[in-house]
Design a protein around this ligand. Sequence first.
Ligand SMILES: Nc1nc2c(ncn2[C@@H]2O[C@H](COP(=O)(O)OP(=O)(O)O)[C@@H](O)[C@H]2O)c(=O)[nH]1
Ligand SMILES: [Mg+2]
Length: 278
Amino acid sequence: VIPNSLETALVVARYGAEVLLLDNDGGTARSVVDILERQNALMRLKYNGKPLTLACNIDQILIVVACQPAPQWELVDQLIGTALNHDIGLLILAHKADLPCFGELDNEIGYYRALGYPIAETSLHDVSSIDALRQRLGGKTNVVLGQSGMGKSSLTDHLVESSDIRIGALSARALGRDTTTVARCYPLGDATYLIDSPGIRNFVPARQNLQHISQGFEELSQLAETCRFSNCGHVNEPDCAVVQGLAAGQISERRYASYRLQLSEYQRQKNQGGGVTR
Ligand SMILES: Nc1nc2c(ncn2[C@@H]2O[C@H](COP(=O)(O)OP(=O)(O)O)[C@@H](O)[C@H]2O)c(=O)[nH]1
Ligand SMILES: [Mg+2]
């Protein structure tokens, strides 16, 4: 039995060697029951530009988006790409469904739906939507990601408080001074975990090559098959099927702009010689 093992687990999860499972039977002593091999790891950049593990051994990324504050869809695209690159499951949460502006999400959500990504509409004010969400988290280690203000922490609190697990002393406490950067892992029972993430402005997508970027844009990749050059970057190459498809409305302007943004970020990181991580 390791005292304060939740804190230990947070440290270990964060520094990324492995994940500890907690046995919280009885709620007093917490023991480490297993140490897992690291299957995947989500990184963020530290201020010195070095990568730091945010969370590891993730089964499902919950991408939270709401109409308020104004959503940054490029971030949603980036997170979709991250899940696909890591071969981690993804679930897009169209959250705050109770807000009058909710319909403003329709276009983009509809676009993602057409691409085949799973979507759940949730609201803290709609118990059944949270129950349905809980079903989709079962047996998995889930991490909530998304821009600040989308409702990640309140959603996490809600799920934790309404779970059967007596969280009490297990409530994840911030680790010292790092309150804004630490991810917190909450057990929801039945081998289900939920990790709330802090601000992800410095979130580093694991993109080592251009394929990692195009993998996040399936509609673009499909068109790319008929580009003249197999290594076409879809910017100003001749006979580019993507640029033609854009003109023909087969890919949205917004998604294409998002692709271009990732492309330039990737080039910038590469020129700096850092930031590209596994
Ligand atoms: N109307 C509405 N507001 C919500 C909902 N979920 C969260 N919020 C609010 O959104 C704001 C930001 O929530 P927070 O959890 O701090 O977002 P985070 O930055 O993503 O962790 C808070 O004022 C919450 O009360 C919801 O389902 N409906
Ligand atoms: Mg938060």
